[in-house]
Design a protein around this ligand. Structure first.
Ligand code: ATP
Ligand code: MG
Length: 163
């Protein structure tokens, strides 16, 4: 992630179409390991579920990947770890994340969380935050906010051209 990193800090990375979102998911997928939490934050309709779907596909999940809007969580087996796809939008209270198995998900696999803002206090400190938003022109964008271990781990991310 060398080139473009500085730009991403300010305006975010432009995801000009679904292919661009898929490409980002494909670059991030190989870096993931058990215990990781990806917080997919940001505006309504900004592209969180879309990114999660491409990420699961990149991890080898075949078939339908439905939004966990109503179920709050969907679990997928992959070759490397289970992935727990959460949507916290409909949580009635932040502590409900305990009832839907967030701790177990973090222990057993990778947790991908839409609407992390709804229970932010439950996110581990070393979550990777991807904040999706629409810019003034209606273009989809994402700002990747890496702290702690993720600063170094993202350096392992392949460049957009695959190098
Ligand atoms: N990079 C992109 N380029 C063009 N359209 C996109 C892109 N990413 C997502 N979309 C489209 O935007 C719409 C909303 O996407 P999505 O459902 O992923 O958003 P969301 O952030 O999960 O929304 P919600 O807040 O309801 O959970 C969908 O029609 C999707 O196809
Ligand atoms: Mg969604």
């Amino acid at each position: 992630m060398s080139a473009g990193a500085a730009e991403m800090d300010t305006a975010g990375l432009r995801l000009k179409d679904l292919v661009a979102t898929q490409a980002l998911a494909q670059r991030l997928a190989p870096l993931l390991r058990r215990g990781d939490v990806l917080a997919l934050g940001g505006d309504l309709g900004a592209g969180k579920t879309t990114f999660a779907q491409f990420l699961l596909q990149a991890l080898g999940v075949e078939g339908d990947i439905t939004s966990p809007t109503f179920t709050l969580v969907q679990v997928y087996e992959t070759a490397r770890f289970p992935v727990y796809h959460f949507d916290w939008y409909r949580l009635k209270a932040p502590q409900e994340v305990e009832e839907i198995g967030f701790d177990e998900a973090c222990a057993e696999g990778v947790a991908v969380v839409e609407w992390p803002e709804k229970a932010a206090a439950y996110l581990p400190r070393d979550s990777l935050s991807l904040r999706f938003f629409l810019d003034q022109d209606g273009a989809h964008r994402v700002r990747i906010e890496a702290t702690g271990q993720w600063v170094h781990r993202l350096e392992e991310m392949p460049n957009a051209d695959g190098s």
